[in-house]
Ligand binder design. Structure first.
Ligand code: ADP
Ligand code: MG
Length: 568
């Protein structure tokens, strides 16, 4: 038997990195700007602890297109690299200088350094045939110039750059010329870098200044060219809730969704340090019964760098209907989604978010019930879905979930039971909760029940059949009954004998026709149920039959896959 080491040579691995490192070529820009940001934040840290003698100043990262030269430049005023550092950090693939820095300055936690796999830089080769680095360290070391055309060979020589910092020059490949288009780069900057912590300049823009004193009406306002800074370096979620007003939150919502004109109903500010780091702001939009509303509105960030708007596995499914931002360096994103769901940290994050949402709803309910009732129709779909899919959420929501009646009274489940316990029971003493699902269609039945003094709920959300099922489970003494279904007769006493307007003969022939046409196993036919011209007979569908149908209609995997729904 022989044993040995498999020999991995760079020649073999380089093309693989280029091809498979990231499926999305566009992220090269995010990676290079992340490195520029890291280099700037490192310098900030070193100057703050006196380990660097240079003036930190107001560093800016600049992205510049050279269309003619087919080049893209990314320049920073950060820490820079010496020749030795280029050897170590750039020439050794998969050696992360970011990780090394964090290890060295461990006790200074909040540096906000982004990098950690030591592969991001090489994503440049997904779009560039040749890459140059011109860099000058913040120390006295001379500037260096590194060039590589994507083969494992590189050149490294001294350069005459005098300003500290790094310029990365990408010679854009022929199949990637889209990255020489201003519009495309602008789009990427807005997508990935809109909230990064160091200002990013992309070209200039014309700024309109206030008119000078005594200017005439027809005089044009003066203008001036200023740097076009594409990012907000201090987005709301990075601040303390106590430093933010309602208006600040609304402004942040508009910043996140410039095309969304409807204001959010309320927000939840997330902020936790232990046992994981997570910040963020979630917004409840007006949802109504729009269960098919576009999901994927929550954006996931790591240290202010946009990562994805697919938060599946990180946020419980019922909360994906919300909007906002989650920022956590502790979510492992280099793993598959199915693994994510099994990850202990991710499970904790998901539980934390669920708990915060439940607590916020609970305090809104307690602090201003009237306002909570007003919002109920717009938020109920999330709450009902949450009650069905997350047991912990159910336990909390059971105390604030509301059950509106057709006359707009809003009861909690407990209040409702209290309200009807003496007036709405069947012959076995079971509480009968009457509800309607459609005010117009069931109008006659609703009126009849109301006339007898019964409370009738209006439950019209598309998943309410499932919730009813859950509420009844394990509660022997409660039964939900739709106002137009069969067992209501057990409850509603007929106060007087009704006289049919049909003659006996007419009834007989009508009965024959109906019983032939209506399948007995599915419906009940009452020939003299209603003393009305409009309804000489009534066909009702037993409650359980109706629910079966409703559940299979909503449970067919349509809106959410309903994977967590209770089995019928
Ligand atoms: P990571 O960011 O995960 O550490 P990268 O492949 O993106 O890995 O970068 C490798 C290393 O190269 C960085 O950690 C850093 O030390 C160095 N580096 C890359 N870009 C710059 C830059 N603009 N300024 C200074 N150092 C840089
Ligand atoms: Mg990096």
């Amino acid at each position: 038997m022989t044993t040995g080491n498999i020999n991995v040579s760079v020649e073999n691995i380089f093309p693989l990195i280029k091809k498979f490192l990231y499926s999305d070529h566009e992220i090269f820009l995010r990676e290079l700007i992340s490195n520029a940001t890291d280099a700037t934040l490192k310098l900030k840290h070193l100057t703050s602890i006196g380990e660097s003698k240079v003036e930190y100043g107001d560093p800016v990262i600049e992205v510049r297109i050279d269309k003619e030269g087919k080049k893209l430049h990314i320049t920073d005023q950060g820490i820079g690299m010496t020749a030795e550092e280029v050897q170590k950090y750039i020439n050794e693939v998969a050696f992360s200088g970011a990780e090394e820095f964090l290890e060295k300055y461990k006790d200074s936690k909040d540096t906000g350094i982004i990098g950690h796999f030591g592969l991001g830089f090489y994503s440049a080769f997904m779009v560039a045939g040749k890459v140059e680095i011109i860099t000058k360290s913040h120390t006295d070391a001379p500037a260096v110039h590194w060039t590589c055309d994507g083969s494992p060979q590189f050149t490294l020589e001294e350069a005459d750059r005098t300003e500290r910092g790094t310029e990365i020059i990408l010679h854009i490949a022929d199949d990637s010329t889209e990255f020489l288009e201003e519009g495309r780069i602008q789009e990427l900057l807005v997508k990935y870098n809109k909230f990064m912590p160091v200002p990013i300049k992309f070209g200039t823009r014309t700024e309109t200044l206030p008119k000078p004193e005594g200017a005439k009406e027809e005089d044009p306002a003066p203008t001036r060219e200023t740097d076009n800074i594409i990012n907000n370096t201090q987005p709301a979620w990075t601040k303390q809730p106590s430093d933010l007003s309602e208006e600040d939150y609304k402004n942040f919502y508009r910043e996140l969704y410039p095309m969304q004109f409807e204001e959010p109903l309320f927000h939840i500010h997330l902020n936790v340090d232990y046992p994981f780091h997570l910040t963020g702001i979630l917004f409840f939009p007006k949802l109504n019964n729009e269960i098919n509303l576009q999901k994927d509105k929550i954006q996931l960030y790591q240290n202010q760098v946009f990562v994805t708007d697919n938060v599946e596995g990180i946020v419980p499914e019922f909360l994906t209907m919300l909007r906002g931002v989650i920022d956590s360096p502790d979510i492992p994103l280099n793993v598959s989604r199915s693994y994510l769901q099994a990850d202990g940290n991710v499970k904790k994050i998901s539980n934390y978010i669920t708990r915060k949402v439940a607590d916020k709803l609970s305090s809104l309910f307690k602090e201003n019930r009237e306002d909570f009732e007003k919002k109920w129709n717009d938020i109920k779909i999330v709450i009902e879905y949450g009650m069905l899919s997350e047991e912990k959420f159910f336990e909390k929501a059971d105390k604030f979930a509301l059950y509106p009646t057709v006359d707009n009274n809003y009861y909690t489940f407990e209040e409702l039971q209290e309200k009807i316990k003496d007036s709405q029971t069947d012959k076995d003493g079971k509480l009968v909760i009457l509800y309607a699902s459609n005010k117009e269609e069931q109008h006659g039945y609703i009126e009849e029940a109301r006339a007898k003094g019964y409370e009738v709920l209006l439950l019209d959300s598309p998943i309410v059949a499932h919730l009813i099922q859950k509420l009844e489970t394990g509660k022997e003494n409660i039964s939900f009954t739709r106002v137009d279904s069969e067992p209501i007769d057990n409850l509603i006493k007929k106060d007087e004998e009704k006289i049919s307007k049909l003659s006996d003969e007419e009834k007989e022939s009508l009965k024959e026709v109906i019983t032939a046409a209506v399948p007995k196993e599915k419906y009940t036919v009452q020939l003299e149920a209603m003393d009305s011209d409009a309804a000489p007979f009534v066909i009702t569908e037993p409650e359980f039959m109706r629910r079966m149908k409703e559940m299979s209609a909503t449970g067919g995997g349509g809106m959410f896959g309903m994977s967590n729904m209770p089995e019928m």
